[in-house]
Design a protein around this ligand. Sequence first.
Ligand SMILES: Cc1cc2nc3c(=O)[nH]c(=O)nc-3n(C[C@H](O)[C@H](O)[C@H](O)COP(=O)(O)O)c2cc1C
Length: 321
Amino acid sequence: MVDLSVNIAGLALSDPLMLGSGPVGIRADDLIAYGQVASAIVTKSISVNPSPGSPQPRIAKLDRDGMINYEGGPNPGIDAVAETLREVCPLIPCPIIGSISPRTLTYSSGLEQMVEKFVKAGARAIELDFKYLYDQAKGRLDFQADNMSSVLKRVRGVANTPAIAKLAYGSIDLADLAKAAEDGGAAAISAINTVFPAMRISLRSRRPLLSMNYGGLSGGPIRPLAVAAIFKLREATKLPLIGIGGVTAPEDVVEFILAGATAVQVYTAAQIQGPSVFPKLRSGLIELLTNLKVSSISELVGAAHDNVRQVEDRQWDAVAT
Ligand SMILES: Cc1cc2nc3c(=O)[nH]c(=O)nc-3n(C[C@H](O)[C@H](O)[C@H](O)COP(=O)(O)O)c2cc1C
């Protein structure tokens, strides 16, 4: 028997396989379907008011297991989402985490009310998508790591709700953001979000596929960047970490755990393959850990840090995984 259970952000999860934030985390039928198989669900990032998002086409699949998107934050607003959550939470065995859109994080008011509405509707923790506050897409020049601490404190101020700070590569160093997350009282850090900018061009129309031309890259192609982010964050903070980016196979989960994550979120593979990706990953993970003679997944958290190559060991040998 392999023990896959993990604890993160005050939540006891049956396994480390959470659904990440994205468009399948809004509608009741999707939430119910993914909620039967994932160990936790993060909703799509929600704002105070409904938002239509960018014009179509705003999502394009890449050849294998990647995607580019410039969704522009489409969502029906917190009141509609709270109504859906009240309906679906009793039907879902796993915890739901409410994700709050970057736009809302810049408001001087409204954030606390949103957290209250999420929690009253059944959300057990809140994830804050900080990406667009400091990335190349729409980054605000005035956003500093300290602003992140104050946002987190405001969320914690609402009934001590566990807050997960979601980070991405951008204009502020991940280690500085990790310190700010600690100062703000974050319960955990999740990383990474999509990597911007990316582009695909249609050969037929001879123009970029997406309406906004550029998009954020996700899925398999970003996995090594995401593993590096978790490795770097593990060096910078003791906060629990959630690895996100290109998880498509059980081996990917173990790689994130070795880098220092306690759990992972799966988004692109979940949208492409549907809910069945979760039982597939779970049974594959049990088989893989059994072969590796690991009885509990938590034994592996951060293990790669004990084995980093020292300068004198470094050589250009073939990479054995
Ligand atoms: C179409 C699409 C929409 C997304 N929307 C959100 C969002 O609203 N909030 C958020 O924090 N992340 C969002 N993400 C990012 C994912 O949650 C995840 O961080 C990223 O895609 C990397 O993980 P993956 O490779 O498993 O997809 C979105 C990703 C995609 C592909």
